[in-house]
Design a protein around this ligand. Structure first.
Ligand code: ADP
Ligand code: MG
Length: 203
């Protein structure tokens, strides 16, 4: 049973001065679907994803999640999981506290936080590293923590912007398989950005 939400992007446009970063983008992603945006560098992939997340304010168009217009909502009210290259982990917190952060922001009870953090630590195969400092993790492990933090509050949509871009080939292929498994397991709707044609096809 998919528990993901549908995404409807209608006529989305964003300009930066003379540069039109995205021009009249329309896209529908069905509940629980995995859609990859593939394009050259500078083609507007990140701008599109940032607009869906609420970090970029579009000049035109609309975004609906589960049929509700979210175009005017701030990011925290959209309740979407995001894994962006520039959306860094907190280096002064350990793995557990990084992943717990979204739940603490939402003022969940500590027992519930414990349960949910354990659940996503298992999901990304990091159960033994919960006390580890972020600075003591490999790049691949850090991306697993970022993924767990994005999923810990059970968002209906997961947005990923080149999440594996900094990893070597073998690790990238391993994590691609895991991301696909997690998508099947959770039924979350995924919008995934990459400039790598091979990665787009395999996802
Ligand atoms: P992609 O992610 O596909 O590489 P981007 O969405 O980052 O593309 O960028 C699309 C275009 O918008 C590029 O020409 C880029 O230089 C421009 N752009 C993106 N963000 C900004 C910004 N904050 N200020 C000015 N120009 C920007
Ligand atoms: Mg980009």
């Amino acid at each position: 049973m998919p528990r993901g939400a549908a995404i409807e992007i209608q006529g989305l446009t964003k300009r930066y001065g003379d540069v039109t970063a995205i021009d009249d983008v329309s896209l529908t992603v069905a509940e629980g679907e995995f859609v990859t945006l593939l394009g050259l560098s500078g083609s507007g992939k990140s701008t599109t994803l940032m607009a869906v997340a609420g970090f970029v304010d579009p000049d035109g168009g609309s975004i609906a999640i589960s049929g509700s217009d979210v175009t005017a909502l701030p990011p925290e009210k959209r309740n979407l999981g995001v894994v962006f290259q520039n959306y860094a982990l907190f280096p002064h917190l350990n793995v557990f506290d990084n992943i717990a952060f979204p739940l603490r922001m939402r003022r969940h009870a500590e027992s519930e936080i414990e349960t949910q953090v354990r659940r996503v630590l298992d999901l990304v195969s990091l159960r033994d590293l919960s006390a580890r400092r972020i600075t003591e993790l490999s790049g691949g492990q850090q991306q697993r923590v970022a993924l767990a933090r994005a999923l810990v509050f059970s968002p209906p949509v997961l947005l990923m912007d080149e999440p594996l871009g900094a990893l070597d080939r073998q690790l990238r292929e391993q994590l691609q398989i895991e991301i696909r498994r997690i998508h099947r397991q959770l039924g979350v709707t995924v919008l995934y950005v990459t400039h790598d044609q091979e990665e787009a096809l395999s996802m």
